[in-house]
Every structure is written in structure tokens, then in C-alpha cells.
Design a protein. Structure first.
Length: 202
């Protein structure tokens, strides 16, 4: 089972770790920014995403740590269709308890499969012993996921296969899904996006 350290927004992993290590990873999707604190990965941002607010007031250094080296190995495997095991990584995304709950559910979505915001809302409502939960609330938590790809927010779609959200932009979401073998031609883009490109190779 993947290790996910539950942290509130400004809580540190361990008090003796103050420096956040940053490094870039050159992927088929473009440069990816990685952030680690101690033994845990705390951020992975694709182009178009904005880590600035997340890293504000933090001490950072552009230097590889062991956590970043492991993450780069994991990404190498992922982008070559090797389906790396999440147990190889320690993940510590910062967020509220509610967001943590949603992100843990994202980790349960199998490689090459999708679910909907509505289905996640039902699971969260059941866990909280509530009659219902809005899909919009789930979408807000999914959209704040700071560890893209590894915590697979790209595997969540709207009702009836509608492609919505994704901070890394919809074309990247489509490419990630196609990379995992999802039949993206059955999904639906917003009207202003036109048709799904046929060039989906990473």
C-alpha cells in the first residue's frame, strides 16, 4: 500500500526538515517540476500549472534528493509503460483533511481506468456518513492536487464521459489517458475545444 503522509496545509513532515529540494524532469509532456521535503515527495507540477503559491515563504534549493531520484525513476517507468508500483514512493501532499480524503481515493483508481466526480462524491459522502456530497466540492479538491500523474487526478472525468477540469490543461489529460490505454475517442471535450487530436503518442 502506498505511503501517504497526511499533512495540513502548512504542517511540516518532520521538524528537522526545513529545506525543500526542487528538480526538473524532462518528460514527453515537457518539463516537470518536482519538490521533495525529507523522504517524501510533496509536489509534481506539469507545464501550465503554478507551484508559486504552494512554495511561497519556503526555503528551497535546486538539488536532487533521494526522494526526487526515486520519483524520476518512477516517472521513467511510467512513461515507458512499465506501470511502476506506488509503494516505491512516499507521498506527502499538503492539504486540508477533506482534500486528503479525496486524494487518497484518487490513488485507488487503477491504471488505465477512469471514474467520475459523481462517483467520488458518493464515496466521500459514505465515508463522512452524509446523505450526499456535491460533485463540485470533489472537483475543487481534485483540482488542488499538488502531485500530478502520481496521484492520478487525470483519471477523473465528468458525467457521461465529459472531459473537464485538470490544472495541467485538457490536452495533457487526454494524452495521459491515451498513454494508459483509455479509449479517449469515447470521451467528450467542451465545445470550444473542437475534436480530440489523433496525435496522442507521448
Amino acid at each position: 500500500m502506498v505511503v501517504l503522509v497526511v499533512l495540513e496545509s502548512k504542517e511540516k513532515i518532520w521538524s528537522n526538515y526545513k529545506m525543500i529540494h526542487l528538480s526538473e524532469y524532462n518528460s514527453p509532456l515537457g518539463d516537470i517540476l518536482l519538490a521533495a521535503e525529507g523522504e517524501a515527495l510533496i509536489g509534481l507540477w506539469l507545464r501550465g500549472q503554478h507551484p508559486d503559491k504552494f512554495l511561497i515563504d519556503e526555503k528551497t534549493i535546486f538539488k536532487e534528493s533521494e526522494a526526487i531520484k526515486k520519483t524520476k525513476w518512477w516517472l521513467d517507468c511510467y512513461f515507458t509503460h512499465q506501470k511502476p508500483d506506488l509503494k516505491e514512493l512516499i507521498l506527502a501532499p499538503r492539504g486540508t483533511r477533506f482534500r486528503q480524503m479525496v486524494w487518497k481515493l484518487l490513488l485507488k483508481i487503477p491504471y488505465g481506468q477512469i471514474t467520475t466526480y459523481g462517483e467520488l462524491a458518493k464515496e466521500v459522502a459514505y465515508s463522512l456518513n452524509k446523505p450526499k456530497m456535491s460533485a463540485q466540492a470533489i472537483g475543487g479538491a481534485v483540482g488542488q492536487n499538488p502531485i500530478s500523474i502520481i496521484i492520478p487526478c487525470h483519471r477523473v472525468v465528468g458525467y457521461n464521459g465529459n472531459l473537464t477540469g485538470y490544472a495541467g490543461c485538457l490536452p495533457l489529460k487526454i494524452k495521459l489517458l491515451a498513454h494508459e490505454g483509455v479509449s479517449v475517442e469515447k470521451l467528450h471535450l467542451p465545445k470550444n475545444y473542437g475534436k480530440i487530436s489523433k496525435n496522442l503518442e507521448l
